[in-house]
Design a protein around this ligand. Structure first.
Ligand code: SF4
Length: 343
């Protein structure tokens, strides 16, 4: 049985063509699955009976099973799902201004990258999610919250999306399909710790989406200490790969920067950031480091005063700087905190 959520529309067209079904049938199937949210092939009433029978015998419609939902006062909801393979993943729904929502999704169970401030990194790597497992997080959360308008989708949950490249690309094709959820590329952000080969491929395989780089320091010797990936792809390699990155119109590359006390919030760090980013169309997103049980004593959050003055100094020099409010920290749903805690 093929999980139908793992197929792009072109994949589906190719497969059903072998059963003499016309291309437009794939459009209809996509529309019923993603727009109407059917979970039974019998409900796709526009198909002939034998076509529905064919789908039933060759494809499955699998949804992740929900274990828990944790909610905070600000409306952030963290979903813990169990996969068919019994591992667990987490996804987060974050309310934004003007009744808009962002859904943060996972692409792996655990992560290989072992960034020192990140709870997911401490879990180690368990497996890559399939495209179906990635897409169905969005499907489930949209249906559960009756979201009619397209949410923003950020690939910032558990795992490194570009380390699960093929399934990430497939999921992007499925989520943006006009006959399916039809989510605009402008609303999607891929966050990466800087897998340069993946960034380079993304430019041609799926251009015009947003990209966020987990930078966390502009100094290579420091980045080596907190992000082991920097020994393979250093800051210069990343910046080189971003030079011709095809963004959506009027968008900037985001650089994520978790503020660590005494480590990356000094004058030296301000200077290094200015040198690195002042010629780049960029947005620097300062993030309050969330405390979690996996942090060691050397990595502690900067205080709010230092974060504000760090931001102010950089803004005065012309940089576009935001400070991300840390929604969901009380339920371990904030940045760098997703790590499955099932007990
Ligand atoms: S920050 Fe991202 S890349 Fe680094 S360990 Fe955590 S999930 Fe992996």
């Amino acid at each position: 049985m093929i999980d139908i959520f793992s197929l792009t529309k072109d994949d589906l067209k190719n497969i059903i063509a072998e059963h003499k079904m016309e291309n437009y049938r794939a459009n209809q199937i996509f529309s019923f699955l993603y727009k109407r949210g059917v979970d039974n092939f019998d409900d796709i009433y526009v198909l002939k009976k034998e076509q529905r029978e064919y789908l039933k015998s060759h494809f499955s419609i699998t949804r992740p099973s929900l274990k828990t939902i944790s909610t905070t006062d600000d409306g952030t909801k963290k979903y813990l799902f169990q996969l068919k393979s019994l591992e667990h993943i987490e996804s987060v729904l974050i309310p934004m201004r003007d009744d808009k929502f962002t859904i943060c999704i996972s692409t792996q169970v655990g992560c290989k990258m072992n960034c020192k401030f990140c709870a997911t990194g401490k879990m180690g790597f368990k497996k890559n999610l399939t495209a179906a497992e990635i897409v169905s997080q969005v499907m489930f959360i949209m249906q559960d919250n009756n979201l009619k308008n397209s949410p923003n989708i950020v690939y910032m949950g558990m795992g490194e999306p570009l380390d699960n490249y093929d399934n990430t690309i497939k999921s992007l094709k499925i989520l943006t399909d006009p006959d399916g959820l039809n989510i605009s590329r402008r609303r999607i952000t891929i966050s990466t710790c800087g897998i340069v080969d993946g960034i380079n491929k993304l430019k041609t395989d799926f251009p015009n989406i947003n990209i966020a780089i987990s930078l966390h320091t502009a100094i290579n010797a420091k980045r080596d200490k907190i992000m082991p990936i920097n020994r393979r792809y250093n800051i210069n390699d990343i910046m080189q790969s971003l030079k011709d990155f095809p963004l959506p119109r009027r968008k900037r590359i985001t650089f994520e920067y978790v503020m660590i006390k005494g480590f990356n919030d000094t004058k030296e760090d301000e200077k290094a950031l200015l040198k690195l980013l002042s010629h780049q169309k960029s947005k620097l997103n300062l993030i309050l480091l969330n405390k979690h049980e996996f942090l060691n004593d050397n990595i502690q959050p900067s205080d709010l005063e230092s974060i504000n003055s760090f931001a102010e100094h950089l803004r005065k020099k012309g940089m576009f700087v935001t400070i991300r409010d840390s929604k969901g920290s009380s339920i371990n749903a904030a940045c760098g905190m997703l790590a499955v805690r099932t007990s």
